[in-house]
Design a binder for this molecule. Structure first.
Ligand code: TEU
Length: 565
């Protein structure tokens, strides 16, 4: 048996969005003691790593992605001692903890920014990106991800500061070596506290093009936003190489960069095990197949299986072992729920959740499960805009009504499909009050389907999505072919079936996924006949007389066979 070359190769990660996970003190907000009370649940699922979204002190303009102190815990979530207790409890169960590292920007309430804005000659001035007005206006035409200009005028000194996200998230100036040294120091500090790595928020936006040129107004979306001047910027690889030299290379940790608009050749440069700075990336191409990439310009369109196949196949091939390493995800705290988006959240909810899980876990790369995905949680359709909390959603709604005169009802439909709050409704633990999430009033409404979809029920049902995920995770842990097998797509042009193989030495896996509510027929391509194909996992009971050479698939049916050896 092949030993994993790095511990994170055969690991499965689980993302916790702390404010929505579990509330221990009845204030309606998830917290660290809540997480502590659920570590056995995580161990039962079988995950190896927890990625914890930000718990740092924050004014919470963007739910903690606006950090005011990098070395503490917000009282809403608890204390550093609570975090230590979570780390110890996870470690005791063989689970590692990865922190969210948000260093493209800080909060405007971070002491560095408070200093920086106070005067032009303050020693912290250059920690951020300040420019004088241009013809009495913004220094350039870049747009903020959360709406409006990416520049905010500041009375105190009469200059503008750059914020690619909200006004309350000023961008750090990575050109300043002092900023980089501060970040590295802080990373060492966390690693010494015993954390096992970092998920790096929009890490490919830290280098901005010299001169901060105007975006050409003629090109839509990303380009109009200015993206080409700050995504994958000129000094990105240099900064990351420095971070590797100064920090990352000194520890055996997991690093995953969140990198919108990255392509596979950039990903190879970043994730090559020898020459690249990070272990893996979150790429976004598959997240963009049903709408616009950028929240403020959010759209919806029908997605096509052909596109998902093409994107996935390209990433699987281009990041083949020795070149780079993939991460796999279908959801996170910024995305709609996958079962509502790529599956069927109606009658085939459980089947399609299992199919999507099979897809996620049978690809090469480290899988990330987002809280609630393992029980097939769905999108929510909260009736009023006042029920929503996400800054991106609220700004988009306001901006489109005021700028385009958009129809509020149509916007609500868009929000029901696309809002980040779909992922942020409380974790559904039971069919009790507030889904067992809190004894108080939750900060955001619970999805009304919690009576039917909840952890308690999933744990008692041997056929639940939870137990299926548990088996998928176990397959990765016990079968190196799931970790290292070479990916090949078959029946590439089939409109409903996504089938692929994974090959390692004389073993081969065959993964058959019916991405539809229809009943297409799978016909085994030549060359894949095997004397005794062995079914490793499936989301329907096997039928009498099933023949792999010609399989009539049921709606959202998923099967994994082991051929040979
Ligand atoms: O997200 C960056 C990012 O690109 C997302 O904003 C994503 O494209 C969008 O939300 C999809 O609608 C990271 C964090 O994950 C997000 O929660 C933060 O709001 C953002 O950075 C700023 O820190």
């Amino acid at each position: 048996m092949m030993d994993p070359m790095a511990w994170w190769h055969d690991a499965v990660a689980y993302q916790i969005y702390p404010r929505s996970f579990a509330d221990s003190d009845g204030d309606g907000m998830g917290d660290l003691k809540g997480i502590l009370s659920k570590v056995d649940y995580l161990a039962e699922l079988g995950v190896d790593v927890v990625w914890l979204s930000p718990v740092y002190p924050s004014p919470m303009a963007d739910n903690g992605y606006d950090i005011a102190d990098y070395r503490d815990v917000d009282p809403l979530f608890g204390t550093l001692a609570d975090l230590d207790a979570v780390i110890a409890a996870l470690h005791a169960r063989g689970i590692r903890l990865v922190m969210d590292l948000v260093v493209n920007h800080t909060s405007d309430e971070h002491p560095w920014f408070v200093q920086s804005r106070s005067s032009r000659d303050n020693p912290y001035r250059d920690y951020y990106i300040w420019r004088p007005p241009r013809d009495g206006r913004e220094p350039n035409n870049w747009l903020s991800h959360f709406g409006g200009s990416a520049w905010q005028y500041d009375e105190a000194t009469g200059d503008y500061y750059l914020h690619l996200f909200s006004r309350k998230q000023p961008d750090l100036n990575w050109e300043n070596p002092k900023v980089r040294a501060e970040v590295y120091d802080m990373m060492h500090w966390w690693l010494r506290q015993g954390v096992d790595g970092f998920r790096m928020d929009v890490i490919n936006m830290i280098s901005k093009a010299p001169g901060l040129p105007d975006a050409p107004a003629t090109r839509p979306g990303f380009y109009q936003w200015g993206g080409q001047y700050f995504v994958n910027g000129p000094r990105l690889l240099e900064f990351l190489a420095e971070m590797k030299r100064e920090v990352l290379s000194k520890y055996d940790i997991l690093t995953v960069g969140e990198t919108p608009a990255v392509n596979t050749s950039q990903a190879v440069q970043i994730t090559n095990e020898e020459t690249g700075p990070l272990n893996m990336l979150f790429q976004f191409e598959h997240m963009d197949i049903d709408g616009g990439r950028w929240g403020r310009r959010s759209q919806r369109r029908a997605w096509e299986l052909a596109e998902l196949k093409a994107i996935t196949t390209r990433w699987q091939r281009d990041l083949e072992l020795g070149r780079g390493w993939n991460s796999q995800y279908l959801s996170n705290h910024d995305q709609p729920r996958p079962v509502s988006r790529f599956g069927d959240d109606g009658p085939c909810r459980a089947e399609s959740a299992k199919l999507l899980g099979t897809f996620l876990h049978m690809l090469k790369g480290t899988p990330y499960v987002y809280q609630g995905e393992e029980i097939g949680m769905t999108n929510v359709a909260l009736p009023s805009i006042d029920d929503y909390r996400d800054i991106e959603t609220l700004n988009m709604y306001r901006e489109r009504i005021s700028e385009e005169g958009a129809d509020p009802q149509a916007l609500m439909q868009l929000i029901h499909a696309r809002s980040r709050d779909n992922a942020r409704t409380p974790m559904q633990w039971s069919d009790g009050p507030n889904a067992g999430f809190t004894a108080g009033t939750p900060w955001i409404k619970v999805n009304p389907n919690y009576r039917d979809i909840n952890v308690e029920k999933a744990l008692t049902d041997p056929d639940s999505v939870f137990h299926y995920y548990q088996r998928l995770i176990e397959l990765r842990h016990t079968r190196p072919i799931v970790v290292y097998g070479v990916y090949d797509i078959i029946m590439e042009n089939h409109p409903q079936i996504y089938a692929f193989t994974r090959t390692l030495e004389d073993e081969r896996l065959l993964i058959i996924l019916n991405f539809s509510g229809e009943e297409p027929v799978f016909e085994l391509p030549d060359g894949l006949e095997a004397p005794q194909p062995r079914l490793l996992i499936a989301n329907y009971p096997v039928r009498e007389g099933d023949d792999l050479r010609r399989l009539e698939l049921r709606p959202w049916e998923a099967r994994v066979y082991l051929l040979g050896a």
